[in-house]
Design a protein around this ligand. Structure first.
Ligand code: ATP
Ligand SMILES: Nc1ccn([C@@H]2O[C@H](COP(=O)(O)O)[C@@H](O)[C@H]2O)c(=O)n1
Length: 230
């Protein structure tokens, strides 16, 4: 762990469905808290990228399990400069490509992959000490003992519209549904990110703008952890 007093340590876990604002809101909350930021989804994307590059059959559970164990993944935890390296190669942009987004659920539903990545994520949280970690199972599996646990959500039509706007409305309704609703459907076969578990606070951003959502999350962190977030 870095040089931090006990009072400075703070673990915030945020999960929720696709397009709910997990990554953008978590990054901004991390900046305002002077905390690190862990994008757990980037790790699933990195493994998927590595498997695709090696030409592996993503449905071959054993081959993918072996690949994750061998995967050399480096992830920076600065909310201002995120970099992802696989085997020393910078794949920060490539892991966001549609071929990875379309394939990642197949890898993320492999339980051996989840076990391996959850262990790496816990180690990253422990190493940082003061951190906002986001991803579909962070409040329930990765960091159930976090100081603050939030399920960030928004109505489906709002999430679809936000993702559409993010992509300059270049996608058809069908393509958007694939990237948001269908991915959630497949992911939810192994993780529950639609209902708040006991002790997890629901923040619904459907009728909030970005800044209001950040404020709502900061207020929830203060309430749950007792930390000063203003
Ligand atoms: N409250 C909000 N109001 C308006 N736009 C928002 C709000 N929260 C997030 N956004 C925007 O919605 C889009 C989706 O957000 P983001 O990528 O953070 O979602 P996500 O939950 O991380 O999605 P995924 O799980 O698919 O990676 C981004 O363009 C982001 O800027
Ligand atoms: N904790 C997590 C985080 C992510 N996943 C899987 O990775 C995919 C990509 O996540 P993004 O947040 O970058 O969109 C996601 O669709 C899940 O398949 C996960 O399983 N658990």
């Amino acid at each position: 762990m870095t040089e931090q007093t006990k009072a400075e340590q703070l673990v915030v876990a945020i999960d929720g469905p696709a397009g709910s604002g997990k990554s953008s809101v978590s990054k901004e909350v991390a900046r305002r808290l002077g905390a690190a930021y862990l994008d757990t989804g980037a790790m699933y994307r990195a493994v998927t990228f590595a498997a695709l590059e090696s030409g592996l059959d993503l449905e071959d559970q054993d081959a993918i399990a072996a690949a994750v164990r061998a995967a050399d993944i480096e992830l920076t935890t600065s909310p201002d400069a995120q970099r992802v390296l696989v085997g020393g190669r910078d794949v920060t942009a490539e892991i966001r490509e549609p071929r990875v987004s379309g394939a990642v659920s197949a890898v993320a539903t492999n339980l051996a992959v989840r076990e391996n990545l959850v262990a790496r994520q816990r180690a990253a949280i422990e190493a940082a000490g003061r951190i906002v970690a986001e991803g579909r199972d962070t409040t329930t599996v990765v960091a159930p003992d976090a100081d603050a646990r939030i399920l960030l959500t928004a109505r489906e039509e709002v999430r679809l519209a936000r993702r559409g706007l993010e992509l300059n409305n270049s996608q058809s309704a069908e393509q958007l549904a694939k990237q948001v609703s269908e991915r959630d459907k497949r992911d939810s076969t192994v993780v529950n990110f639609t209902e708040a578990a006991p002790g997890v606070v629901l923040v619904d951003s459907s009728d909030l703008d970005f800044e209001q959502t950040v404020q709502a999350v900061l207020a929830t962190v203060a309430e749950q952890s007792g930390a000063e977030t203003a």
